[in-house]
Design a protein around this ligand. Structure first.
Ligand code: SAM
Length: 228
């Protein structure tokens, strides 16, 4: 992978180390750099699940647990899974959390009614494996919501977003946390396939009713789907 991004064999180690380092101020930087919009994006992710109350929803790459809290607020039961010890230490959620690789989940086949995943698609070494592993643990008719950053489509918005994401976000991250990590953030979107390919990958993994919502003028995207 060009642009100074880690090669697949070292990516997991680099990503885990980076989140361990930024964990203490992760929530603060998120709120500042998204002007607080990330909270609404997570709420929308949970709202789009439309599962019965009390459903079990695994939150993959839960980090500090913001999506777990949204899931609990919506009346679901949840468990958060993440491989960064630092992020889990700083988790502020009432949900149980466990250290695990989301490409090898410690959950039985069809054991959950749904799964969510916030801002981790670009961080895994193999996105196809993540969708396949999610399909393995979610029961037929179960629902998933995957939230991720994105690039706006219109030329003007795209240009403005590029300046903000590539120049301002690293400055905010550097001032409040770790500049290297927040320089990696905009570059790591290069790992994300184009929207159409992303939707095909979700279908190929065993999901139907696949939808993509563009959030905040295209700065974020939400994929939702139903397990076939
Ligand atoms: C940007 S954070 C998102 C955290 C949280 N979902 C949120 O919405 O704020 C990405 C998270 O993905 C986790 N992660 C990346 N690859 C992972 C993997 N293979 N297994 C488990 N966690 C992983 C990182 O440790 C980090 O906590």
């Amino acid at each position: 992978m060009s642009d100074g991004l880690p090669e697949p064999e070292e990516k997991a180690r680099v990503v885990r180390g980076m989140f361990d380092r930024i964990s203490a101020r992760y929530n603060l930087v998120n709120r500042v750099m998204t002007f607080g919009m990330d909270t609404g994006w997570r709420r929308r992710t949970v709202a789009e699940l439309r599962l019965p109350g009390n459903a079990i929803v695994a939150d993959l790459a839960c980090g500090t647990g913001d999506l777990c809290e949204e899931l609990l607020e919506a009346g679901y039961r949840t468990v958060g899974l993440d491989f960064s010890h630092g992020m889990l230490v700083h988790a502020r959620t009432r949900a149980p959390v466990a250290e695990a690789d989301i490409l090898r989940l410690p959950l039985a086949d069809s054991s959950t009614d749904g799964a969510t995943c916030g801002f981790a698609m670009r961080n895994v070494t193999n996105l196809g494996e993540l969708f396949a592993e999610t399909a393995r643990i979610v029961r037929p008719e179960g629902r998933i919501g995957f939230l991720e950053t994105a690039e706006p489509e219109g030329r003007l918005l795209r240009a403005g977003h590029a300046v903000y994401f590539k120049r301002i976000v690293p400055l905010i991250g550097g001032a409040l946390s770790d500049g290297d990590a927040y320089r990696y953030l905009p570059r790591s979107t290069a790992y994300l396939p184009e929207p159409e390919r992303l939707l095909s990958m979700v279908r190929e993994a065993g999901f139907g009713e696949v939808e993509r919502f563009s959030l905040a003028g295209g700065a974020a995207q939400l994929l939702v789907a139903t397990r076939r």
